[in-house]
Design a binder for this molecule. Sequence first.
Ligand code: AMP
Length: 217
Amino acid sequence: MRIVLLGAPGAGKGTQCKRIAAKYGLVHLSSGDILRQERAAGSNLGKKAQSYMDAGELVPDKIIVEMMAGAIKKAADSGFVLDGFPRTVNQAVELDKALTSAGQKINAVLNLEVNDQLIVRRMAGRRSCPKCGAVYHIENLKPKAEGICDNDGDKLVQRPDDNAEVVANRLKTYHQQTEPVVAYYKNNNTVYDIDANRTADEVTAAIFENLNAMVSV
Ligand code: AMP
């Protein structure tokens, strides 16, 4: 299975992708996580991406497409769920080209729909583990001990690009550049619109229902 998860920042893509990957045995490929790892490692790619990420803007397509092409190739056998990529129509076109030349295609696109006000609230309360990348929320998805990662005991942090000003810019970027990707896929692929203004568990149930129906066809 090759799946794309679309949705605004804070729509819950990361949480849902982890659950989808675990249930269907897929590789979870998050462009944001890969970029954060590159930054932490101090690589050239990480340095190039830094200023865009901190401002809530998109890293240029060429850099992202190259980075994701390598990761997607490695995951070709097991199948994958893409999280945060593609984020522009150009990226979606490049992804389709790469898959077509490998005799593959995207099987399903899940579009998480959330209203902007809820996104701002969610992102203000989002905390993550700098070590393993696990994501929590101070109200909706609490760790067992406040401020501490369940997996490795590390201190949870707020992502620097989750501050209010950068969030506003990330939302603007989403509406301008990523929303057209939904329309692109609606022309060419099966897109499941999922109401993601609900709890993470309710959203997961809706996603699994759609994917199970698709797999059993
Ligand atoms: P995310 O964790 O998916 O919210 O991504 C964090 C930041 O990484 C974004 O605000 C962008 O600056 C950058 N980024 C992640 N994925 C992409 C992409 N597909 N295209 C361009 N920039 C990206």
